[in-house]
Design a binder for this molecule. Structure first.
Ligand SMILES: Cc1cc2nc3c(=O)[nH]c(=O)nc-3n(C[C@H](O)[C@H](O)[C@H](O)COP(=O)(O)OP(=O)(O)OC[C@H]3O[C@@H](n4cnc5c(N)ncnc54)[C@H](O)[C@@H]3O)c2cc1C
Ligand code: SF4
Length: 601
């Protein structure tokens, strides 16, 4: 199809350097390359610092992300609480952590979880920042935060709503279905549909672009729906398309397959030591097992960073007793409308299929039923429901779950029973199904603890699934399903077959937050308002040690968190530069470029 012909050739596009080029010392070391880490490395490089980034996962070539079940299984790493063995390779892309009450999915690779996320760039409610869990200095700086830091993120990640009729002469079926669901919910809540039904900003490129703002060619999104498996066209504005190439253009070095175990202090030289395991088969020569720098910035995400700080504490670094505390699931949950009355295109499609036939489901998320900030409702009652398209690599298990394991509860009993039964029998019921993703508010009292058996963190959060927020969201999703005349299937671990089997309301989150939260001092949290790490339970600070990722969030955000994480990280870097006398050159236009475009084979 002519409209898919613009496909940049990324075969020679590499951001990372060989492990053998790792040097013994840097001015700044950044750990992890998610939103926090990528922003840190770009800003430190623009400030002229000799900076390197160390990432546990691999660098992914666009075009190589798994599209089929077997290849996706090969990219799984799984840590199960209280089990010695960690399944899979620590450099694998899909990182799952299973604890008694909470399961977490996150990404690992150069670009962090941005490589496999659903692209939504929504701000959290302004009421979130009125909460006194945020340090006073942070709340006093909200004007700069909302204007200056937020604009910097927007300029780099370029979020935009899904355009009207992108590639098709009509709306995507799932957008129509979500609007129908929103109308029904608006009627129940006595609201206008347009006040709650929105197309959220997405980190996705919707126009063929020879050279984006950091010099990379990007095609328009082709609606394949595989965003959460990894985008194989380059249309997704993941961090390897913006902040990371920007960092490289400004002199940063990036090394993959370096797993940091802990940090320690070299008091003779007054620098930090970053201890690592190199998973590269061709490891660095003559360096290690550590690298040193005056400034170390942790960006390993809520789980990765907390893991490193807990291990550092065990190895003698004086840290707050709050490391690991105030973990939240961001009130995440999933649910499904199965066997509704209209076709939806339920799952992602492989590139070869979509290029031949077109008519994809659209990016993973395209719309939101936004039930935040409603008149008379408290913050903890807020939640959002979004459409979700699972990638092609899981369409088999997804179909199997809905068709054979749990077909849910009919929300319109007595209506059209025979047709519903016919669709279920023939398999068409699955084609008329829509996944819902939701975020809400629990009280962020979970704890990340070190598992002595495998050295990784697990989540201690007994009965989190019993929270009122999850019941409320279930009611909302049931109403949405009723509007589509489908059967409601709850998260299998919360209200489905697996919950009954395990006798626990299990939560699955893709938005782990907290563990090293911001606070006024070390007796309440782990870092100060600027991300600098406290020495023990005091208000003294470790010189040159910072956290800038989702670990610092002191509460649920109640919406997809990457925008807030990014703005907080930009703010931390602005303040870090002031503290160290750096001048971050935000106006520099240095770029690395790939212009080579060609038709797909
Ligand atoms: C399927 C899915 C869909 C999502 N959809 C959205 C969405 O639409 N919108 C949104 O806002 N959010 C979404 N998220 C969540 C969002 O991507 C994360 O909240 C965000 O990426 C967190 O950023 P971060 O900087 O804290 O860390 P991460 O992005 O998680 O990055 C951390 C990086 O650090 C590395 N690392 C960890 N430990 C170490 C170590 N010891 N040594 C070296 N490196 C290490 C990891 O490998 C990883 O690459 C989604 C997540 C998933 C899984
Ligand atoms: S829908 Fe496909 S092309 Fe578009 S961003 Fe997602 S994975 Fe990339």
């Amino acid at each position: 199809m002519a409209k898919y012909k613009f496909q940049p050739d990324y075969s020679s596009y590499t951001l990372s350097s060989p492990a053998s080029e790792l040097e013994p010392t840097y001015d700044v070391i950044v750990i992890g390359s998610g939103y926090g880490g990528s922003i840190a490395v770009s800003r430190a490089a623009r400030a002229g610092q000799k900076v390197c980034l160390l990432e546990k996962g691999k660098e992914w070539k666009i075009g190589d992300f798994p599209e089929k079940e077997l290849s996706a299984i090969g990219e799984l790493q799984m840590t199960v609480h209280d089990k010695k063995r960690v399944k899979g390779n620590p450099t694998s892309l899909y990182d799952i952590i299973i604890s008694p009450d909470v399961a977490i999915l996150q990404g690992s690779g150069l670009g962090g979880t941005s490589l496999i996320n659903a692209n939504v760039g929504l701000d959290c409610e302004t009421r979130i920042f009125e909460d006194e869990v945020w340090p006073q200095a942070f709340r006093d700086d909200l004007d700069q935060f909302n204007r200056v830091d937020r604009k910097r993120v927007y300029d780099m990640l370029k979020p935009k709503p899904f355009p009207e009729f992108h590639l098709e002469s009509d709306n995507l079926p799932k957008l129509n279905a979500m609007e129908t669901a929103a109308k029904h919910i608006a009627d129940i809540e006595d609201l206008e549909t347009r006040s709650i039904f929105k197309r959220p900003p997405l980190y996705v490129n919707f126009a063929n672009t020879d050279q984006n703002h950091v010099g990379i060619a990007q095609p328009a999104c082709i609606n394949c729906g595989n965003c959460c498996g990894g985008c194989n066209t380059g249309a997704k504005n993941s961090l390897n398309m913006n902040y990371l190439p920007d960092a490289k253009a400004h002199g940063a070095k990036m090394f993959t397959m370096f797993e940091i175990t802990h940090v320690s202090r070299n008091t003779d030289k007054d620098v930090w030591r970053v201890h690592y395991i190199c998973h590269d088969k061709n490891p660095s020569k003559g360096v290690g097992p550590f690298v040193e720098a005056k400034v170390v910035i942790l960006g390993g995400g809520s789980i990765g960073t907390t893991n490193i700080l807990l291990q550092s504490q065990t190895n003698g670094i004086e840290l707050s007793s709050n490391v690991g505390k105030r973990f939240s699931t961001n009130g995440d949950t999933i649910g499904f409308s199965y066997n509704g009355e209209t076709k939806i295109r339920p799952a992602g499609q492989e590139l070869s299929t979509i290029r031949k036939k077109g008519k994809g489901p659209g990016p993973c998320i395209t719309s939101v039923i936004d039930l935040r900030g409603l008149p008379g409702k408290e913050l903890h009652e807020s939640y959002v429901i979004q459409d979700g398209t699972p990638p092609s690599s899981v369409d088999g298990p997804y179909k199997f779950l809905l068709r054979w394991v749990d077909s849910g509860t009919d929300t319109t009993p007595g209506e059209d029973e025979w047709r519903e039964f016919g669709r279920h029998l023939s398999g068409k019921g699955w084609k008329n199904s829509l996944a819902f993703l939701s975020m809400s508010h629990e009280d962020a009292t979970g704890e990340l603890r070190l598992d002595e058996k495998n050295g990784r963190v697990w989540v201690h959060y007994p009965n989190v699934g019993e929270g009122e927020n999850f019941k409320k969201v279930k009611d909302g999703m049931t109403n949405a399903t009723r509007a589509l005349k489908g059967s409601f299937v709850a998260n299998p671990f919360w209200g489905g077959f697996a919950a009954k089997f395990r006798d626990t309301k299990g939560i699955i989150t893709v938005h782990p937050l907290g563990g090293c939260v911001m606070a006024e001092n070390g007796s309440n949290g782990v870092v100060n308002h600027a991300g600098q790490v406290y020495k023990g339970d005091t208000d003294e600070l470790h010189p040159g040690l910072y956290v800038v990722d989702g670990a610092v969030m002191p509460r649920c955000l109640g919406v997809n968190p990457s925008m807030t994480i990014s703005v907080v990280a930009e703010r931390c870097m602005r303040l870090m530069a002031l503290q160290h006398g750096w001048n971050i050159d935000y106006d520099s236009k240095k770029m690395i470029s790939i212009y080579n475009t060609s038709a797909p084979s």
